[in-house]
Design a protein. Sequence first.
Length: 161
Amino acid sequence: MNNHEFTNKAQAYALQLLARRPYSVFEIKQKVTQRFSSESAGVVVGALTKQGLLDDIVFAEWWRESRQRTKPRSANMLRRELSAKGVPTSCIDVALGEHSSDEEEATARQVAELFSRQVVAAESNTFRRKVWSHLRRRGFPDSIARRAVVSAWESRISENT
């Protein structure tokens, strides 16, 4: 097989991956390089980028929306995840935009409310510790996590009255 045939097969493989979900440029290059030469991967990534089928900003926006829908988390956590997927900081900044502390707090409250339904503990300290830990694992700052925990506890108390 010549280089052109390898490149065609590499492009078909990349398109097959992209048909399932968006990927970052780094991820596609990595996956294609696992099966084909790095030269073929470079050509494929260049062609797909030129065609508009591979775009780190579009991927980062998709990732943010997907995470907010399925597993909401802090903007800092999203930044770390996108960075680990090889998305450049400039693309992450565009995709996440200006994330206000009000938005961050609203997301934290949403996460706390959802998680608090799973917490069986009736005792205040145990409930607060579990919900706070969950929020911290999701990347929320301590101050925001504390306010969201208080809100979730008050919600729980008002539901039981």
